[in-house]
Design a protein around this ligand. Structure first.
Ligand code: CA
Length: 223
């Protein structure tokens, strides 16, 4: 899959320069003029880095970032005018990953984007799967930014299902992921953990039926 960068910027001259620089480096780049549009695009998925102008006409960039962080861990780089530099700390507190002050060279911005992408590719970092954020190093999974308090086995099951959304995993395959040795009854064990997992998804506000039962086959996570 190509790397896709979203730039939310209402000044089309700036946006065009950035789009050109990103595309000439082989990246896919999408553009939107409004904060609400940016939120819709990020929600749609497939965005690797968001470049976000602080001074957007509808929602300011800080508000857009705050709303993105409610459901996504996608890296965010703010673009800010000089007189907005005072807000730097606020932006970082809101979960921005980097900051570029205008005027900037498109080349510099591309370098910052690349730096973010390298970090995202690091094995310890967050993996995003739709509404879910997986922190492999910490064995934690979040749903729309909310941490799910999972046991070791629930984590193993959900992490396995999230590897390939839509694919059906047999109970034995799921056992292979999280258990050192097979218990006497793989079926019962997995079913029990799926049941508690669904309850935790429901408690977090997610649809518990995202984990679908396939009679005689196993379980899948609906994409
Ligand atoms: Ca602007």
């Amino acid at each position: 899959m190509p790397t896709t960068i979203l730039i939310a910027e209402d000044e089309t001259a700036i946006a065009d320069a950035v789009l050109y620089a990103l595309r000439s480096e082989g990246m896919e780049a999408r553009h939107c003029l409004l904060g609400r549009e940016a939120l819709a695009v990020v929600r749609g998925g497939g965005i690797d880095v968001v470049v976000l102008d602080v001074g957007l006409p509808d929602l300011n960039g800080f508000e857009v970032c705050r709303q993105i962080r409610a459901f996504s861990e996608v890296p965010v780089i703010f673009l800010t005018a000089r007189n907005e530099e005072v807000d730097r700390v606020l932006g970082l507190e809101l979960g921005a990953d980097d900051y570029v002050a205008k005027p900037f060279s498109p080349r510099e911005l591309v370098a910052r984007v690349r730096a973010r992408l390298r970090r995202s590719a690091a094995p310890d970092d967050f993996v995003e799967r739709g509404d879910f954020g997986i922190d492999r190093a910490g064995h934690r999974i979040r749903w729309r930014g909310k941490p799910l308090e999972l046991t070791r086995y629930e984590y193993a099951v959900l992490d396995a299902l999230l590897q390939r959304p839509g694919a059906i995993f047999s109970r034995a395959q799921l056992m292979d992921r999280g258990w050192d040795s097979h218990a006497e009854s793989a079926d019962r064990t997995i079913d029990t953990h799926v049941k508690t997992l669904r309850a935790k998804l429901r408690a977090a506000g997610a649809d518990p039926e995202r984990i679908r039962t396939h009679r005689g086959l196993g379980y899948s996570l609906e994409p």
